[in-house]
Design a protein around this ligand. Structure first.
Ligand SMILES: [Zn+2]
Length: 489
């Protein structure tokens, strides 16, 4: 029998049709569901880092759109636990997939705020909700006991070949190497440079260094130096003893580095020994428990946490410190303009807001009693007697501060919306023990307040009022960099 051309075409399509039908049947009749197969977390993170959770899901039947995950995290020390809820909005096809969920360093739910401070934590459960297109929502939960540790950050050395006692070559440095100096290496004393002449001779070392987050380089040397001069990109710097401070505003190359030049003026008929040149740094995260009363986001102010983030970036750049805020918790107080009274109400309210028995514990630096928080940050838009205050105890700053944006301090002038981040920067600098400076004796900086009404007007007009500028003086940067260790325990 001869088949017509039409029949051949029809027969050729038959198997395809059958395959199509079987796939169709499978889609219709295999149950649509998913399983949480595995959870991965990094077992070690540093304080201030987010925690990444990898969730491996197996999807059967039809694609599923995942909408929400809830992860329960518990602090081992006191079994405080919090539910971290995250919106996923992810459609996944049949098969296995791993989704990544990032948990921030301070976790909050409606009742509890849990900072991932140094210590051991556990993920105790995870629950995931997903919806197939034609079926109701499916929710799966898995009980777990996945622990992870939050550690102190490690020291990072920005000048690698720094120790001239161990590595006596100057390979990593560009040097002026004047012919009239004599060089020798000594495993105890380091690089010994002798000036046999009867005149002062200059010896220079140059190197590109990433100075982001470090305020100073330490030059350890002994011997007959008339002067040590340091420059970063041709800006003269300020040696304080053997520490050279940097302003964070010098020009950088594409890799974020600055050209550092250290010049030793070696005295006549004398010698120096350079042991090492170091630029060590360590990231430090400081957790803020934020309390707010009537913060005026309705009429121009940003969210408190946005302005803290703005200020924090400046601390990161200059000092490798980040201030990480909790979501604000609200508190109330009776009519008063006295910041100490406002503080006292916030301290009482912090018991319920942050689970601190008896309320916030005042210390200079870190307190183990504050549930993993480092600083109580109290903000109000009500009129008060200052824009802001950090209370002192025994001459040192305590671990709480109050900000009042509507103030009697400057003739009842409200803090302008664009000044708020600077006000935060100023008060957080006090937490790290930078002191107020005054225009009669100090150059403009975020800490330099006007000494008189005339100064205030002049500074405002020239844009150098402390609420308008963000720089610190180098001495203050070095002082804060030293004091930040009070928040390590
Ligand atoms: Zn101040």
């Amino acid at each position: 029998m001869r088949l017509s051309r039409k029949k051949v075409a029809a027969l050729a399509f038959l198997p395809l049709l059958l395959i199509g039908m079987s796939a169709y049947l499978a889609v219709q009749f295999l149950p649509t569901t998913f399983e949480i197969q595995e959870i991965h977390i990094s077992s070690n993170i540093s304080k201030g880092d987010p925690l990444t959770v990898g969730v491996k899901l197996a999807i059967k039947g039809t694609p599923i759109t995942f909408s929400k995950a809830i992860i329960q995290v518990e602090r081992k020390q006191d079994t405080r636990s919090v539910s971290y809820g995250v919106t996923l909005d992810k459609e996944l096809t049949i098969g296995t997939h791993t989704i990544k969920i990032t948990i921030p360093p301070i976790i909050a739910d409606n009742k509890t705020v849990l900072p991932l401070t140094i210590g051991t934590f556990e993920i105790t459960s995870i629950s995931i909700a997903g919806k197939p297109s034609t079926k109701p929502m499916i929710t799966k939960q898995k009980q777990l006991n996945l622990s992870f540790t939050v550690n102190r950050a490690q020291v990072e050395e920005r000048i690698r070949e720094h120790d001239f006692r161990e590595n006596t070559t100057l390979e990593a440095w560009e040097t002026s190497n004047p012919k009239n100096l004599e060089y020798k290496t000594d495993s105890n004393r380091g690089l010994v440079i002798t000036n046999p002449t009867s005149e002062v001779v200059s010896f220079k070392l140059r190197k590109w260094v990433n100075l982001t987050g470090i305020p100073a380089i330490h030059v350890n040397y002994t011997g007959g130096v008339d002067t040590i001069i340091a420059r970063a990109n041709d800006t003269a710097l300020y040696p304080i003893l053997q520490t050279i401070g940097f302003s964070s505003f010098a020009a950088m190359d594409q890799l974020g580095r600055q050209l550092v030049e250290i010049e030793f003026l070696i005295s006549a008929d004398n010698e120096i020994a350079i042991q090492n040149i170091r630029a060590p740094t360590k990231h430090r995260a400081i957790f803020l428990a934020v309390m707010s009363h009537s913060w005026d986001t309705g009429s121009g102010y940003d969210e408190i946490t946005d302005d803290i983030a703005e200020a924090s970036m400046r601390f990161e750049q200059a000092l490798n410190v980040s201030f990480i805020p909790s979501p604000p918790r609200y508190f109330d107080y009776p009519a008063t303009t006295d910041l100490a009274t406002i503080r006292d109400y916030a301290v009482i309210a912090s018991e319920e807001a942050f689970g601190i028995p008896g309320g916030w514990r005042a210390e200079t630096g870190y307190s183990a009693e504050n549930k993993g928080f480092d600083v109580l940050f109290i903000a109000t838009n009500e009129t008060a007697d200052h824009y802001g205050i950090v209370f002192a105890q025994g001459g040192e700053p305590t671990n709480y501060l109050v900000i009042a944006a509507q103030s009697k301090e400057a003739y009842g002038v409200r803090v302008q919306a664009e000044w708020v981040d600077n006000l935060f920067q100023h008060e957080l600098s006090h937490i790290l023990w930078a002191l107020d400076r005054w225009s009669s004796s100090d150059p403009p900086s975020v800490m330099t307040k006007p000494s008189s009404v005339q100064d205030a007007l002049q500074m405002l007009n020239s844009g150098t009022l402390w609420l308008q500028i963000t720089n610190w003086l180098v001495e203050d940067q070095i002082r804060m960099y030293t004091y930040r260790d009070r928040f390590e325990f």
